[in-house]
Design a protein around this ligand. Structure first.
Ligand code: FRU
Length: 448
């Protein structure tokens, strides 16, 4: 049962989003109302992180694809803004990306202000105004991060085939060019190049067996060695080298995302501290009777970690989330069992386990379990093998009203899942041996 205070809404302190909505995630991003899917146009521009997203403003079901918009100074507290891109006679507004055009190569800048340039798919045929029109790629720009103009010479990439879509644009410094990764159909993607973000020339084709949609392409270093990553919507990625024209894979597609609700992630462009920060759509969550539908993951920082199989992507909650800590509820070892009462279900949990000792951490109806015999970690209905590297096993978990996100084994095992609780969790229970267990109660990010 929900508490009376929550049910009556007297805990609501945010004018924009009532905190009382029983299933409203408190620090995971949701649309104020209506449907949400992929994160779009993730870019840091003029002192703000922008989060655009696939949005249906008229219903809690998918449709009328529009770019919703929010901004944040810390990637944790979000301010909702009016929709940025709305459907037109070229189609509805499917997924895409954004960059800061520092040198004003596009000419859309105003004075000294570099423009933000956005790339979207015009999904022709998906609204009445675009009947019979194919899918094309469009450009829009802004010089204030608040008002957005569609380019008057769209499309910048004409129809190629099927529902070609999801342009992700980056600046490729080694070859001094803009590069676009675009999804075609099946498991096929294509790479384009441009000097000015307006004229695009095809450079190469790429396949990602087992993946489709929403490409991302970025560089990460491990021990000063550079690796490029080509990413598909379901979190399969190839490691390789990228000369700005062609991606030279050194691996087959590798599975990185293990959670049941994790899809169409995108990383930030122009991140001021040069971190590789990703936000993902928590697909298929359920939020009965809520005015909104679906949510995002917390932002996570990606790095490469060396494993027995070679370098692999690792994921960690961004450091800014520590701003949500309001009370440390526990910080000790657990020798055989412990029950930690909490006053909220919004929790951050950090545990250090011995690799040869079983342990279970229960948060309300959810369980994170480590089986020392099989060396596997389970949560949200998923089971993953932990590495056999020496040392302890680390687990970080973030719990929100409808969400459990687990980052285990140095971030190599990210499991993000959604659930509908029978009642809000008010305790953490541990069975087994934990060398160190830390539990923080977190604040809502909606209240500040
Ligand atoms: C991925 C996706 C994209 C598309 C968008 C439409 O979830 O299917 O390929 O652009 O959603 O909302």
């Amino acid at each position: 049962m929900l508490s009376l205070a929550v049910a009556l809404g007297i805990m609501s302190t945010s004018a924009a989003i009532p905190v009382s909505e029983a299933l409203r995630p408190q620090y995971h991003f949701t649309a104020p109302k209506g449907w949400l899917n992929d994160p779009n146009g993730l870019v840091y521009y003029r002192g703000e992180y922008h989060l655009f997203y696939q949005h249906n403003p008229f219903s809690t079901q998918w449709g009328n694809m529009t770019w919703g918009h929010a901004v944040s100074k810390d990637l944790v507290h979000w301010k909702n803004l009016p929709n940025a891109l709305e459907p037109d006679a070229t189609g509805t507004m499917y997924s895409g990306s954004a960059v800061v055009d520092w040198n004003n190569t596009s000419g859309f800048g105003a004075g000294k202000e570099p423009p933000m340039v956005m790339f979207y798919t015009a999904a022709g045929g998906k609204n009445d105004a675009s009947k019979g029109v194919p899918f094309t790629q469009g450009l829009a720009y802004s010089t204030d991060g608040r008002t957005f103009k569609k380019f008057d010479q769209n499309p910048i990439v004409p129809f190629i085939e099927a529902e070609n879509r999801d342009p992700k644009v980056i600046w490729h410094e080694p070859s001094k060019s803009w590069v676009m990764a675009l999804y075609l159909d099946g498991d096929r993607y294509v790479i384009f190049r441009s000097p000015d973000l307006k004229k695009w020339t095809k450079a190469s084709d790429l396949r990602m067996p087992g993946a489709s949609e929403c490409p991302d392409v970025f560089e990460l270093k491990l021990d000063k060695k550079s690796y490029w990553i080509f990413w598909g919507a379901n979190g399969r990625y190839r490691l390789g080298d990228f000369d700005g024209y062609k991606f030279y894979s050194i691996t087959e597609p590798i599975e990185s995302i293990l959670g049941p609700n994790d899809y169409a992630a995108q990383t930030y462009s122009d991140e001021p501290r040069h971190r590789r920060i990703q936000i993902s759509w928590m697909r298929d969550g359920h939020y009965p009777d809520m005015p909104f539908n679906q949510q995002m993951t917390i932002p996570r920082e990606m790095t490469l970690t060396l494993t027995e199989g070679g370098p692999r992507l690792a994921f960690a909650p961004i450091a800014e989330l520590a701003n949500l800590r309001q009370k440390k509820a526990y910080d000790q070892a657990v020798t055989s069992s412990a029950t930690i009462p909490t006053s909220t279900e919004l929790l951050e949990i950090r545990a250090i386990l011995k690799r040869d000792e079983n342990a279970q951490i229960k948060i309300g109806e959810q369980t994170i379990a480590y089986d020392a015999r099989t060396h596997t970690l389970s949560a949200m209905g998923r089971t993953a093998k932990v590495g056999y590297l020496k040392g302890d096993l680390d687990i970080v978990a973030y719990v929100d009203r409808t969400t459990l996100e687990v980052f285990a084994d140095r971030g190599l095992i990210p499991i993000a899942g959604c659930f509908v609780p029978k009642e809000p969790a008010r305790k953490v229970q541990v069975e087994g041996k934990v060398s160190r267990l830390q539990v923080w109660e977190l604040k809502s990010a909606l209240e500040d």
